[in-house]
Design a binder for this molecule. Structure first.
Ligand SMILES: C[S@@+](CC[C@H](N)C(=O)[O-])C[C@H]1O[C@@H](n2cnc3c(N)ncnc32)[C@H](O)[C@@H]1O
Length: 272
């Protein structure tokens, strides 16, 4: 499939996902595995979202930008916990609509704005935001350099960006690399390792954490929870989408367990 066609198909899949994620069975599974019910499509758990808020030092009066924010996870949650403003950006409108409605109940003193925009061309002025986050966004888009450069432009020099990303492990053989690409998210392959990519796009990395072990546990919990609610999920998704969802968990789990894929957290600050 042509990359542009693959991107379009991914946008449509995500829009369907955010609608389905509002069903009671999907919310139960998400609460049990991730500790939230926002329609999370990344692997960010509630504990991880709390850690991100801490790493970003969010406080009332700050303005957080969450790029690839889906239906509000984790940006809306982080802002409501910390009493700050948040802008949520994504491409499918479906998720942002859900987030916008939820923000009316949750804003906790801050403002919530939603914008349909491409991460590679963020429509905000220079140095607009105090903090920036994205959860497993870069492995879902092609032009990672452009997205990181665009994020750099809109963050204040004193601000911080926290991001999680699924990537290929280093030192893979050609065969292992092909298997890792097959098992990972749509655009898991990056042109260079993330520390280098961040440096090239004007960032100084201040912290790196490997979250692969947590992700292995999370995939296992999704597989088990989906199987417990199998009949209800098949009723919601249909047999074919249920099977695809299970295959995806199993592929990601094998990729992580075999050390072909990894998930990392980076905290970075703009180079002045
Ligand atoms: C793994 S999901 C994470 C969603 C949400 N933040 C969460 O944690 O559940 C990645 C999100 O990035 C969005 N996305 C993909 N490419 C994008 C782009 N070029 N610009 C903005 N958002 C994009 C997808 O629509 C999707 O909602």
């Amino acid at each position: 499939m042509h990359p542009r066609e693959a991107e379009r198909a991914q946008r449509e899949r995500m829009a369907v996902f955010y609608e389905r994620a509002r069903s009671p069975v999907m919310q139960d599974i998400e609460r049990r595995v991730c500790g939230c019910d926002y329609g999370a499509s990344s692997w960010t758990t509630r504990a991880e979202a709390d850690a991100l808020s801490e790493l970003l030092g969010l406080k009332p009066g700050d303005h957080l930008l969450d790029v690839g924010a889906g239906s509000g996870w984790p940006g809306l949650y982080m802002a409501s916990q910390r009493g700050c403003d948040v802008t949520l950006v994504d491409l499918p409108l479906a998720g942002l609509r859900i987030a916008s409605r939820r923000s009316l109940l949750e804003c906790n003193g801050g403002r919530c704005l939603v914008t349909v925009a491409d991460a590679a061309q963020l429509p905000f002025g220079l140095a607009t935001f105090d903090a920036l986050s994205h959860s497993d966004l870069l492995c879902c888009l092609r032009d990672k350099q452009a997205a990181l450069a665009s994020c750099r432009q809109v963050l204040r020099v004193s601000g911080r960006m926290a991001l999680t990303v699924i990537s290929l492990a280093s030192g893979l053989t050609a065969l292992q690399k092909a298997r890792a690409i097959e098992a990972g998210p749509l655009f898991v392959e990056a042109p260079t390792a993330y520390p280098e990519l961040l440096r090239e796009t004007g960032w100084r990395v201040i912290e790196v954490q490997d979250l692969s072990a947590e992700s292995i546990a999370l995939c296992g919990q999704f597989i088990a929870s989906d199987n417990e609610r199998r009949e209800e999920l098949i009723g919601l998704l249909g047999q074919s989408d249920f099977d695809d969802r299970q295959s995806l968990w199993h592929a990601r789990l094998s990729g992580l367990r075999e050390g072909l894929l990894r998930r990392q957290l980076f905290v970075a600050t703009p180079v002045g």
